[in-house]
Design a binder for this molecule. Structure first.
Ligand code: CDT
Length: 311
């Protein structure tokens, strides 16, 4: 029997410091209405979709930092999105900054959730590959303080069955690491969804601007193909208070081909019908892991973190 899921990626244009959560959620709802009109049953929103990309700002007042975090989900501001999605019977992935308590300690994560069409949170992912730095870089044009403001995710790369598909999540910089996809691939993932905020300029090392888009797509396409999964990637993009980020939201097929791609750097919806049999076919043939993988030669992947030359 053919298994198909009509899905959408909801790219967001800039969210400025002055924009309220309520105004942003209204934009998310407008995209959700458009997705419903296009027949989509699953929608992917970006990383940190409720606020500006605040790790670009150096802040020392913890109360000011915490104002960008959500301590419950859904909450008053996001409830309209959950209600509308439930009314339409649409599942979604939403990224936000999560403030929580674990064993009496406050923890902060860069998180995304999977919400099923009945409005229940069925999955949660906490970003593992946090990029950037933790100290103030006064000479840099902007900061990238994820290593300062967030704890490293502590729940691994899991998968969940939702809407008759095996779904997994990762967030932004995670998409550049092959291990991200493979750990989910080994759990039979069929759809990997992710959000991202990728500055046009790399403050850590100089590189031509066009490489930002090239490496973004290269990573999605390689991850999709090598794990026979659909990859759905939603940008927050354009210039937030003058700081530019790439667009290029995309839906990538298990063949590695781009099935749909956003053209703008604004709020924009792209849709595709995901044929889940395509991935099944590749997992039975070229990527039948159980037949072809040679784990006896892969030990260094988990026993060594940094590269070391011994010859
Ligand atoms: N948000 C996020 O993870 N951004 C990173 C910037 C990396 S700078 C080398 C990204 O991978 O796009």
């Amino acid at each position: 029997m053919s298994r198909k899921l009509r899905a959408a990626v909801a790219q967001l244009g800039p969210i400025h410091l002055a924009d309220s959560r309520e105004a942003v959620v209204e934009r998310l709802c407008a995209l959700l209405r458009e997705a419903h009109g296009a027949g989509a049953k699953f929608v992917v929103f970006p990383e940190l979709a409720l606020t500006t990309f605040f790790p670009r700002w150096w802040m020392t007042d913890q109360a000011k930092i915490d104002a960008y975090f959500e301590s419950e989900m859904p909450n008053a501001a996001t409830r309209p999105l959950f209600d509308l999605a439930k009314e339409y019977g649409i599942g979604f992935n939403l990224g936000y900054a999560e403030l929580t308590q674990e064993k009496g300690e406050i923890r902060r994560y860069n998180t995304s959730i999977l919400v099923d069409p009945a409005g229940h949170i069925v999955g949660r992912y906490r970003k593992i590959h946090l990029p950037g730095h933790s100290e103030h870089l006064p000479q840099a044009p902007f900061q990238h303080l994820e290593k300062r403001y967030f704890n490293v995710g502590n729940e691994g790369f899991k998968v969940w069955r939702m809407q008759d598909a095996v779904m997994g999540m990762c967030i932004c910089n995670d998409r550049r690491w092959p291990e991200t996809y493979r750990v989910m691939g080994l759990q039979g993932v069929e759809i990997i969804s992710l959000g991202y905020n990728t500055p046009i300029e790399n403050i850590h090392h100089r590189e031509p601007e066009h490489l930002r888009m090239f490496h973004h797509l290269l990573s999605l396409q390689a991850g999709a193909y090598q794990n026979a999964a659909w990859v759905l990637a939603a940008a927050k993009c354009g210039a937030e208070d003058g700081f530019a980020m790439i667009g290029g939201s995309a839906i990538v097929a298990p063949t590695g081909e781009i099935a749909a791609q956003a053209l703008s750097e604004e709020d924009e919806l792209i849709t595709t019908t995901l044929d889940l049999e395509l991935g099944e076919y590749l997992r039975r043939t070229v990527f039948a892991f159980e037949k072809h993988r040679r784990t006896e030669h892969y030990g260094l992947i988990t026993s060594r973190t940094g590269a070391k030359t011994e010859v």
